[in-house]
Design a protein around this ligand. Structure first.
Ligand code: GLN
Length: 209
């Protein structure tokens, strides 16, 4: 029997930040039928949206824009059950808790049972690339771009699985069922293995319902 290849509709939150880079990578993946620039509540409430990427950028700004455009609550609902991957600022937004937030704190979606430390390595000039082996994407090291990156300082070990750690044990990528979070930016490379991994998460989640 020939197995039908599912063609996914994947959204990228396009309110602020590095969404264009994710879109470019996704467009080239064979399993992706359509890439949607997500800006409205309606798009998030559409059941045909199979998964979402929340890009890097500035998490405080992204949360403010999401609120101002009426997208924050629909987003909170979406990430409770639907496959979502947050990169960098997106990881911060997904987290339950963040430190070094702006005065008065910042709004988080609170779905991923982790704490993150924002701007862990310093400012823009402290950006770096680390070639890390990430077992879930294969043996070949992956070029990880850290740009004003957060790290994960706490995980609920019952629900959250670390996907990769730095040499000193610092966790920089995690999975919690339908959610994935990375401190770094796989969309800034031509290496599409992490995007393929996210599609695998989408596939697994759909198989489990
Ligand atoms: N430092 C940013 C924040 O706190 C994240 C940086 C990034 O996404 N590259 O939102």
């Amino acid at each position: 029997m020939v197995q039908e290849v599912k063609q996914y509709r994947i959204g990228v939150l396009a309110l602020q930040g590095a969404f264009a880079e994710h879109i470019n990578l996704l467009k080239h993946l064979p399993d992706v039928a359509e890439v949607v620039e997500v800006r409205t509540a309606q798009q998030l409430e559409d059941p045909s949206l199979d998964g979402l990427i929340i890009p890097g950028g500035e998490s405080t700004t992204m949360a403010l824009v999401a609120e101002a455009s009426g997208v924050f609550e629909p987003l909170r609902k979406f990430v409770q059950t639907k496959p979502t991957w947050g990169t960098c600022a997106g990881l911060i937004l997904l987290a339950k808790e963040a430190s070094k937030t702006k005065k008065g704190g910042q709004k988080l979606l609170g779905a991923l049972d982790v704490s993150v430390n924002r701007n862990n390595f310093g400012t823009q000039i402290d950006s770096f690339i680390a070639n890390l082996t990430i077992p879930c994407v294969g043996e070949k090291p992956f070029a990880c771009f850290f740009i004003r990156a957060p790290v994960i300082t706490y995980i609920n070990t019952e629900t959250v699985e670390p996907l990769v750690q730095l040499d000193d044990g610092t966790i920089v990528a995690v999975r919690q069922g339908h959610l994935v979070g990375t401190s770094f930016h796989p969309e800034l490379t031509a290496d599409d293995r992490f995007h393929r991994y996210f599609l695998q998460v989408v596939r697994e989640c759909q198989a489990n319902v």
